[in-house]
Design a protein around this ligand. Sequence first.
Ligand code: C5P
Length: 398
Amino acid sequence: MADNERTNVVLGVSGGIACYKAVELVRLLVKEGYPVQVIMTRGAMEFVAPLTFQTLSGRPVATETFNLTQESEIGHINLADSAAVFVIAPATANVIGKITAGIADDLLTTVLMATQAPVLIAPAMNIHMYENPVLQENLRKLRRLGYHLIEPAEGYLACGYEGKGRLPDPEAILEQIRGLIKKKDLLGEKLLITAGPSREPLDPVRYISNRSSGKMGYALARAGSRRGAEVLLISGPTALEPPAGVKLMPVTTAAEMRHAVLDEFATCTAVIMAAAVADYHPVGFSQQKIKRDKKPFDLRLEPNPDILKELGEKKNGQLLIGFAAETENLTANAQKKLHAKNLDMIIANDVTKEGSSFDGDTNIVTIIDRGGAIRSLPLMSKDEVADLIFDYLLTLRH
Ligand code: C5P
């Protein structure tokens, strides 16, 4: 199916008391002009009648996998293919557990399994269920696999407890949906994105590296691919799953990364160097494990080539985007790098700030472009930062 036919907000409703808020969500979506297709689980139908969703969405609600009328009129693969975004709100612990385990035993989980659209999951449940380590482990796995999660709100819960577990207000869910229904505005771009740390070996078992997790680069690869770009991700060692649809090229040392980047540079339209490339490597490599000794050990290091600077000297129409992890004089240092490396944009972050570390899920960045625009952004997820970087990249292009 062509991307321009993926127009529906497919809303999966699972069985929790928060189903009543999903009704309001459908009303808001329809009011904004989104075509909405609702899928209900058996549990959901215990809380709200399908007729309520059907009346608001103006379409029959899908409920059964093996119902012949529904299958011929809607069809579970067509449903999956029609989604511009797939939302599950409320998502119960049960449905989250099934998705995490790869179980597709009802219509909602079957359609979800077949969709290629971005998926937004809004958990809502009792606070103790939400805090259960099994559920938390499942949420971590989903996040790692690129599912979008919206945190439950805190407050009075229908079960009588106070705490985290409420379905967020429908307006907040709507806002996330708007963000996910991005146009394929990066079609035609061939992006080269680097991520993660480099490792510089000393001997067969030891290396010098840094705390980069690769999360920023992987978020960029995910966002770029979702918005229609062809993405090559050249990544140092990380614990992350490569995003779907992205070509991954694993490397270890700065020298390997340089080699891979230079090989691909001529044919790409933009390079985003999010990797934390080690600035130095040990002089010489000991073929044998270095023995322990009573004397101090002198480690001699020599500089690695600055890959980005080399690209700045070679560039021929490609947009060049760099990162600057700083601990002082953020803007001034980043501006200096932007000019010294002949970049089009630089994303600076103060790695000493809470919420802006190498290995967290959030970032606080200042984005500076070659025209002199300086944008200091508040704390946001690395996924959100990635989308804004592409918004600014498009502004530079045009
Ligand atoms: O000068 P500094 O290392 O702080 O610049 C950071 C930027 O340069 C990042 O985008 C990083 O990926 C890139 N870099 C590089 N080669 C190096 C070191 C950093 O391409 N050897």
